[in-house]
Design a binder for this molecule. Sequence first.
Ligand code: PHE
Length: 343
Amino acid sequence: MDDKLKAIEQEFQQAISNADSLDTIENIRIRFLGRKEGLVTNIFKQLGTVSPEQKPLYGQKINHLKDLVTQEIDNKAKQIEGQIAKGVSQKASKGFDITLPAFKQTIAKAHPLTLVRDEICSLFIEMGFNIVEGPEIETEYYNFEALNIPLEHPSRESFDTFYLDKKHLLRSHTSPVQIRYMENNQPPIQIVVPGKVYRPDATDATHSFMFHQLEGLLIDKNITLAHLKGVLSVFAKKLFGPKTKTRFRPHFFPFTEPSAEMDVSCIICGGKGCRVCKYNGWIEILGSGMVHPKVLKAGNIDSKKYSGFAFGMGIERIAMLKYGIDDIRLFYENDLRFVKQFS
Ligand code: PHE
């Protein structure tokens, strides 16, 4: 009898210490305390096999075992329930604890180049221009020939170019879109063309192999240099403030005749002279000119009937002046500490 009790207790201890779920505990309860076949229940039935003198002793021993089993099953069940409750409350607190500090919401900001591009575009939209875009991968015809830049001509050098293969290149300016637009539209034409351009320049504080330009083209009957000066002077005042003065210096571009570069009175010192304007009071901001008759012809526009002007500016350059940025590379590094400062 003693051996049997010992064996039952050992088996029980083993089972209860391995139990890891409420289901296993219920199975243990049935195996040891089950009313019909429970091991502890059955052993009571065997009390009849011991001598009458020993009955009270074994009765006590069996009761003792029963209490022990009951108690340990209860303890283990409570322990597992506790663990489950803890897990649930941990999960709940992740989603629902309203005392936890909220996650910081960061609001997206537009890149400074996007801001400046959009601002310039809106100024021209106010003056009646439409926004047009063109491909970044171009042919020699659109990037050079149609713009009166002969293939074997030194002027070609200022538009040094990345070639993709014999036929294709990355456009070195936005001017090819002039031709593409003229091919499909007759005057009046009044467009601005923002976009990326590429030149194999060594990168430094003011040069990048990719940058952004904004091209303008206006063609109609009786358009003169006075229109060019008027539109671009108004643009400069709208962009840099009403006190901004402009001057036009003769220049050369193969696709315009006559051609001029436009300077604005220094937006930092107002013309007195400072580091930004290199102490001469003026800052060059764009190239312009009257559209060359050969260019009109390439665009299928009758140069006897129509005339027009074109201009092109670098968006980075204007953004740098406007925000006082002294290194073009900052635009492309996407350091959020830089990008977030504008809006
Ligand atoms: N395409 C010229 C450049 O990239 C700019 C320009 C455009 C000049 C239109 C005159 C007219 O430098």
